[in-house]
Unconditional design. Structure first.
Lengths: 224, 224
DNA sequence: AAATCATAAAATGTATACAAAATACAGGAG
DNA sequence: CTCCTGTATTTTGTATACATTTTATGATTT
């Protein structure tokens, strides 16, 4: 529990949002560890604000599944067991399949071009050896598909699910031997969308998520 | 905006939770209408509490998608357009399909018996002509499947999606001519699970949700 | 009559104070 | 030494006060 947290003071955004973003980042980066208590007074002192915005930010973290609070006992950073991860990945698989199927019907020519360059950017990023960059490029690829699916609620859910496994995903992307497979899968998905071959893209996406599942589960097992 | 709201004072539950439940009910029952502003001071006065628990309850309503807040402008009851409803139903379809497939693998003998009686209860409820009862029995049927799927996060999501269309669902269940179809579909799903025929249950469930989609969309169109 | 601006009223944002509950801790009993 | 138990401390829950922003009002101008 280091003294790292600092607010990214954006004059106008309500403090609860600034605090929320700060805590969210800290949780995703692992600075606040799973199971760690989120004590209002302490956080308030560290961030130099009152308890009010802290409390509201915590309610918002619950919304994202990043914190769990027990009445009159306080909040802690959400823990994630292997089973939890399996559960999340099952859902992601179903929703990613849905997203790519919807995208198949609705994607525009322009969005196809954007997706193509996202595929290319991802390939390039893997050559940079910068895991953070790789992760970002991967997010961009999937976001392009989500946008094409034209279902904001679905996009929201998927972003949220992705966030819940962020920490493990970063670990996952450190394994450079996986890059060729990932690149190939991205290409396959892109080409399926280009041909608007719904069955093919659905299958490719399911495979893509399934591969992640296997690796991520291994990572969790190793950690224990 | 009637003076209806009253707190169900449960001595121990934090006020934010009591307020949350109260407002949630009011929104689902239609006492607080889509687009209506949720003003803290006013709600606080009506419910006889301070603004603090109101504010936290509003944050929690956002979590459920029942309220939307704009910084420095306040919260309002979430509106739902036909497109929103379509989006929700697409997601529901995918996740209900997932749930029933998972249930196919995991459902126990005991849970099968419970599901059977849920099917029977639903049939009986339709004879009662009490829409509220019918809705409850329908919820019980689906919950039995969700429980069998053994994925709490999935159950959570599905309950949440169901909640978001509660008002329309009740309208939907007022149409008695739909009952025979519903009963037949429930039976079909149950029998598929009994045979553990994954393809059959998935198909039956997709059909079931699709039928709802058609009817609910008609209802929305009529309202406009 | 419509538009604009100044001012007043009301609403949200934040901090703080006090109450109630949970936790930690020390001392004593067994 | 372990287990209670009661007290002190910490933490959460709630109300309230004040600051800031938004919204409403109404007079004034065109």
């Amino acid at each position: 529990m280091t003294e790292k947290l600092t607010l990214n003071m954006n004059a106008y955004l309500p403090l609860r949002d600034v605090v929320f973003n700060t805590l969210r980042e800290a949780i995703l980066k692992g600075e606040l560890k799973p199971g760690e208590r989120l004590m209002e007074l302490q956080l308030a002192a560290r961030l130099g604000v009152s308890r009010t915005p802290i409390r509201e930010a915590i309610r918002m973290l619950e919304l994202e599944g990043l914190a769990v609070t027990i009445p009159r006992k306080g909040a802690q950073v959400a823990k994630m067991t292997e089973k939890d991860m399996e559960d999340v990945l099952q859902i992601r698989q179903a929703l990613d399949e849905l997203a790519v199927k919807l995208a198949c019907d609705k994607i525009t020519e322009q969005q196809l071009r954007q997706l193509k360059s996202a595929v290319r950017d991802f390939e390039e990023s893997t050559r940079s050896r910068d895991v953070k960059k790789v992760a970002q490029a991967d997010v961009a690829f999937h976001d392009a598909i989500y946008k094409a699916a034209d279902n904001p609620k679905l996009m929201n859910l998927l972003n949220n699910l992705r966030e819940q496994m962020y920490r493990y995903r970063v670990e996952y992307l450190k394994d450079e031997t996986a890059y060729p497979t990932l690149i190939a899968e991205h290409r396959e998905i892109y080409e399926g969308l280009l041909r608007r071959d719904k069955e093919a893209v659905a299958q490719a996406m399911v495979k893509h998520v399934m591969n992640q599942e296997i690796v991520v589960k291994n990572i969790i097992r190793e950690q224990e």
